[in-house]
Design a protein around this ligand. Structure first.
Ligand code: DQA
Length: 148
């Protein structure tokens, strides 16, 4: 079965308690459950992970390349400044794998420091602003592109 790593960066382990007016009331455990269900509908084997550690996130992107896994990535705050993460994401897409950048909120509608993503230029595409649905749409986009 096609494997997809769903990788989440810093502070996303706090979903449900962190600024619920921005990020909603559901938790990372809820996302894990929902993503597994969407994955099975789409015939994708989904592995949801979260870390606050940049080097761990970079390591997971290396793992995606080596294991030939596609990636859904919410880089969280790393989106806006981590060139290390961008370089790791570039290895995913340049090896022919899909990488969809996702955001729960719409960073373009928020503070100016959130308007620029260093990852977007090496992603296959970006989906932002739809809460957990951003992840569902990203998985659907991967399944659709693989069928095409
Ligand atoms: C976020 C948006 C980022 O700007 C922020 O730093 C996050 C979450 C989102 O999912 O909306 O931590 O990636």
């Amino acid at each position: 079965m096609t494997q997809v790593l769903v990788l989440n960066g810093p502070n996303l382990g706090r979903l449900g308690v962190r600024e619920p007016e921005v990020y909603g009331h559901a938790s990372m455990a809820d996302l894990e459950r929902e993503a597994a269900a969407w994955g099975s509908e789409l015939s994708l084997k989904v592995d949801v992970r979260q870390t606050d550690d940049e080097s761990e996130l970079v390591g997971w992107l290396h793992e995606a390349v080596d294991a030939r896994s596609h990636v859904v990535l919410n880089p969280a705050a790393f989106t806006h400044y981590s060139y290390a993460l961008r370089d790791a994401a570039a290895q995913v897409t340049s090896s022919g794998l899909l990488l969809v950048e996702v955001h729960l909120s719409n960073p373009a509608a928020r503070e100016s420091f959130r308007h620029y993503s260093v990852v977007a230029g090496v992603a296959t595409g970006t989906i932002a602003g739809f809460g957990f649905d951003s992840y569902r749409l990203a998985l659907a986009a991967i399944a659709h592109k693989l069928q095409a």
